[in-house]
Design a protein around this ligand. Structure first.
Ligand SMILES: Nc1ncnc2c1ncn2[C@@H]1O[C@H](COP(=O)(O)OP(=O)(O)OP(=O)(O)O)[C@@H](O)[C@H]1O
Ligand SMILES: [Mg+2]
Length: 289
């Protein structure tokens, strides 16, 4: 809507997990390196946990791009509110297994066969599960059993589990003791720090066509960081709303009052900066001085 007004070639703050907008913060860089390393070196189970909106699905998209570029076969599950039967059906569908997809035992046989063949040819196979915190215990148990399949060169199926922080808690529960022991790599995404938040906004603006943007002045970027707690999805939502407001007011600079309005429209809850308190000893010290 406002793209032409600001001179964007594409929307800078789209909500989709688009790898072409990837901002390589240290933690994102590290997470992606871990995912790729874990898969390539056949580590077995890798867990990517993190708060809502911190970039887990975006990391998985980047991993998928990598896997495609290396022609590594993978199955990808997003909808994780599945029964065991549905889980195996989805697996069979994604790996294109020729068997009765409604029969767990047939799917397992066929999957085993495919994994053995691929492993013998030195090829890696990956199962990616997003929103893994929603998996039922019985499905999680099946995931663990799949993670056990190995030949002498390592695990035959690399499993990447991504999910919100409940996933970490789920892994710590007594029911997941066995799965927890098999986690080879674990990484966690958190909100960006101040410098990263600012660089994040600037990088998206540059990617959308505005290098050296002046729409969001430095002080406003600091306030955006404070209010979003550095969570990329919140930064996107705030910035998108600010651009819309500025466009409606026909100005190319976003301001603090606009941010106030946007925050209240979004019902943003954030820790306020501590109010300024004059040092109560000040008069005394001043007099003494
Ligand atoms: N490193 C990054 N570079 C660019 N954009 C990012 C990055 N991290 C997150 N984003 C953006 O933030 C938004 C949320 O990211 P994403 O959907 O990957 O988060 P998530 O952790 O999977 O969230 P949820 O917990 O709700 O599943 C997306 O618009 C995405 O483009
Ligand atoms: Mg996600």
């Amino acid at each position: 809507m406002y793209n032409a007004f600001f001179g964007f070639t594409q929307s800078p703050f789209n909500m989709s997990p688009d790898p072409s907008f990837l901002f390589r913060s240290r933690q994102h860089e590290e997470a992606l390196a871990n995912l790729i390393y874990g898969v390539q070196s056949r580590k077995g189970v890798i867990v990517l946990a993190g708060e809502v909106g911190t970039g887990k699905t975006t990391m998985l998209e980047c991993l998928r791009d990598f896997l495609n570029s290396q022609q590594i076969a993978f199955a990808s599950l997003f909808n994780t509110r599945l029964t065991v039967e549905q889980f195996f059906e989805m697996l069979a569908y994604d790996f294109d297994l020729r068997c009765n997809r409604l029969s767990k035992s047939e799917v397992l046989l066929s999957l085993n066969h495919m994994l053995l063949e691929r492993a013998a040819a030195g090829r890696t196979t990956v199962l990616i599960v997003d929103e893994a915190h929603n998996l039922e215990w019985d499905v999680l148990e099946e995931v663990r059993l799949l993670g056990n399949l190995e030949n002498r060169r390592g695990k035959m199926l690399q499993i990447v589990l991504a999910g919100q922080q409940e996933l970490d808690r789920k892994m710590d529960a007594p029911e997941s003791r066995q799965l927890k022991q098999r986690i080879a790599l674990r990484c966690t995404l958190r909100g960006l720090n101040l410098e990263e938040s600012i660089a994040y906004v600037n990088s998206r603006m540059a990617r959308a066509g505005l290098a050296d943007q002046t729409v969001f002045p430095q002080e406003l970027l600091e306030e955006i960081h404070q209010r979003s707690q550095g969570i990329p999805r919140l930064i996107n939502a705030i910035c998108d709303n600010l651009l819309l407001t500025a466009f409606a007011l026909e100005t190319k600079t976003a301001t603090l009052p606009m941010l106030e309005e946007v925050s209240s429209d979004m019902r943003l809850e954030y820790p306020r900066r501590p109010a300024f308190h004059a040092d109560s000893r000040f008069p005394e010290t001043a007099i003494r001085g």
